[in-house]
Design a protein around this ligand. Structure first.
Ligand code: SF4
Length: 358
């Protein structure tokens, strides 16, 4: 067996993570964990994963749920397109495959939100096929170990990485003349990348493949993977309205596409003047009784921009109400906001309003 595959499997049996809740050969569980783990740390995912499975124990349970409920179980994990795709995917599996996850690569990769690496991981873990994965951890290990230079998101480097992954596995199979234990090898790549060959301080002194590692030999651990050219992150500004009336908060249903798609959020305005104008158009007189309270502004970081949020709290008295509510707006009881599909920065604001009594 190729020393790389063989050594990593041996390392995995002794040092790998054996207590992760998604250790399974059930495609639904593996698929769910793979999607949750994209862009999110293992420690964060564990509780979300357990809660999600408790409520949606099977693909059919997920397919039958309302999207708003699915989103509420995802709220706080970010990258909400993942949850929308997951739900849509469950509906397709329920409708087109009688609720049984497909086995063929072409069928799996055609499902919403499933790329080549996720499809390969599902097949390797659940069906034992020789399908290598290439997620962020594996890219880091491969670029360092094999000395693959260039930005990994470019088509040329991506192709080189996949080709190396196929070759490594192929060599292991032909050398040993037996099948590779794909559950072990796939998990080994994931665990090794996050526990040993880590992003900033790889544990090269404890590494079982250090003797043949290109980066270690040439002292290039910091240079590989090749970093992307840094772009400055633009800042966008928004003013969020926290309109409280009779212990209820006005929330807006976000459109399906775009940031926080499908979630409930606060009505937004380009600036404070536009917000005041909106309230006046609604026949609301801003007086000392229900004055605008400027809460502390803060920034929320997205992958490609920063959002500077200025929250403004307005508490209406019991006689006041909006003259004409926007179709996407509705009041929700403040005491139950934790059960709603709400993005992280909005949940921080609602927490402040309900606990600190601003
Ligand atoms: S020697 Fe260091 S850089 Fe090379 S694979 Fe091991 S941990 Fe990663």
């Amino acid at each position: 067996m190729s020393s790389f595959v063989h050594i990593l499997c041996r390392w995995q049996r002794v040092h790998g993570r054996h207590d992760l809740p998604w250790k399974s050969n059930d495609p639904y569980r593996v698929w769910l964990s793979e999607i949750m783990l994209q862009q999110t740390q293992v420690a964060t995912v564990i509780e979300y994963y357990k809660r999600f499975l408790e409520r949606f124990p099977s693909i059919n349970d997920l397919a039958q749920a309302e999207q708003s409920e699915v989103m509420s179980y995802w709220a706080g994990l970010g990258y909400y397109a993942r949850a929308r795709n997951l739900h849509r995917c469950a509906q397709i599996v329920a409708e087109q495959y009688d609720g049984i996850f497909p086995r063929q690569f072409d069928e799996i990769v055609a499902l919403p939100g499933i790329g080549r690496s996720t499809a390969h991981a599902i097949m390797a873990f659940c069906y034992g096929t020789h399908t290598p994965i290439m997620d962020g951890n594996v890219k880091r290990v491969f670029t360092r170990y094999y000395g693959i230079k260039g930005v990994t998101s470019t088509a040329a480097v991506d192709k080189q990485l996949w080709s190396q992954a196929e070759q490594t596995l192929g060599e292991a199979i032909s050398e040993s003349q037996t099948a590779v234990d794909m559950t072990c090898y796939t998990q080994a790549l994931m665990d090794f990348g996050s526990l040993v060959c880590t992003r900033s301080k790889p544990l090269c002194d404890d590494c079982p493949i250090a003797d043949s590692c290109y980066a270690k030999k040439h002292n290039l651990q910091k240079e590989l993977p090749t970093p992307k050219a840094k772009k400055s992150t633009p800042t966008r500004h928004t003013v969020m309205l926290l309109l409280v009336h009779n212990e209820k908060i006005l929330l807006e249903q976000r459109p399906q596409q775009g940031i926080w798609g499908g979630l409930l959020s606060l009505p937004e305005f380009s600036d404070t003047e536009t917000l005041v104008h909106y309230l006046q158009n609604q026949g609301l007189v801003i007086s000392s009784e229900n004055e605008l309270v400027k809460m502390a502004a803060f920034e929320h970081i997205f992958s490609h921009f920063k959002l500077h949020i200025q929250p403004i709290l307005v508490k209406l008295n019991e006689h006041q109400q909006l003259q004409e509510k926007h179709l996407a707006h509705a009041y929700y009881p403040l005491e139950n906001w934790q059960n709603l599909p709400i993005p992280k920065p909005v949940s921080l604001l609602l927490d402040t309003v309900t606990t600190a009594q601003v």
